[in-house]
Write a protein that binds this ligand. Sequence first.
Ligand code: UD1
Ligand code: CA
Length: 455
Amino acid sequence: MGMNLGIVILAAGQGTRMKSRRPKVLHRLADRPLLAHVIDTARQLDPRRIVVVYGHAGDQVRAAISDPDIEWVEQAQQLGTGHAVAQAMPCLEGIDRVLVLYGDVPLITADTLRELVARAGDGFGLLSVTLDDPSGYGRVLRDAEGRVSGIVEQKDASPAQLAIREVNTGIMLLPRARLGDWLGRLSNDNAQGEYYLTDVLGMAVADGVPVAVSQPADPMEAEGVNDRLQLAALERALQRRQAERLMRAGLGLRDPARFDLRGRLQHGPDCEIDINVLIEGEVVLGEGVRVGANTVLRDCRVHDGVQILENCVIEQAEIGPGCRVGPFSRLRPGARLLGDNHVGNFVEIKKAEVGPGSKINHLSYVGDSEIGSGVNIGAGTITCNYDGANKHLTRIGDNAFIGSNTALVAPVSVGEDATIGAGSVISKDAPAGELSLTRARQVSISGWQRPKKNK
Ligand code: UD1
Ligand code: CA
């Protein structure tokens, strides 16, 4: 018998308990839809086909998952898990073994599934877990010799069966050659009036098909999302799993319970991340990077030896080697610090390149700019890059010194080694090597009397 694997992901359920207009499988874990997590895991098994059975809000589900190789099957009415798998049968030509996954059970791992597939061979594979509180789940029935004989749903179970703590995770491996026959024989004569996929297990036993049972390393893998409390619990479990993987790879996390990764993080050796840091999208950290508490890093690249102090928000930016950023700095898309820069509190940088060694230490906005090396930008300097209609460029040459509280009205250039006097409004190019300033002369009035309060 061939071993072509097909994977069917059941995702037609409505998820009423989420109390949401969004279909359940599109609720997000680590900022990706639940269903996308399951598809990622399915792919790791190299199946011939991945079929998703959708139903409720199918257009939204299909629009959110754009993977071109997924096959979609509609289950217009949710008549049960057995009925759902039956809808996928026409897509399973040439498949020998069918692995059933749930779109709302996102933490299942490829290792667990590989073990299930390996144990089951060309027989029947069941993934079960043993729970302290089995309520709500289908119970796994075993005969006197301990061999699995069937599954009974909670609502159909006798009091003795309800005491069984081994439950069906819902994840099963089924031999396709038999499956069509079994599904055809399902009835909905049960407490819920549904076609239960679980009933095929009893048929497999009756047909003498060997049943292999395996269990996941961590029971959390089999946990489903039915409401927002479970979603939040699985988010924590996923974050914990990611944090552990990163720490094993050498990342220093002050507190793995206060670290969130919603995307991918690459890091060199000896990086240290303080508490409450959120990493989103694609983030790359070089060697020896330190990230201070309460910082957000989104789609950015941070080079060797960078120190990011507390409370920074960094998005689509690049921070060159040896820079010190923060506390309270904001780097927006297109900010590029070329190296050894200091960017301090309440500094916002957008679409600007800052040359090596230049410093912007306090209270500045630098946008649409090219800044050379060794430049010092004084506190309160603003590039006035926007005239209400268009954005304009500010250029500052190497070693220029911009005095505090300067407004640079773009388009404008400041030459190399130029000095700008504090408080200036610079709207014409400032020549290299000279002092430019726009400032009313200071006057002092001798004998001036300060007003006094009337008695
Ligand atoms: C099912 C199992 C139960 C198991 C439990 C694990 C059956 C009859 N029961 O029960 O033994 O312990 O899962 O969580 O299989 N779905 C469809 N179409 C349908 C019905 C369901 O696509 O017509 C999908 C749902 O979206 C969900 C999954 O199948 O992803 C399971 O459905 P759900 O209604 O949650 O099954 P349970 O009653 O929890
Ligand atoms: Ca369920």
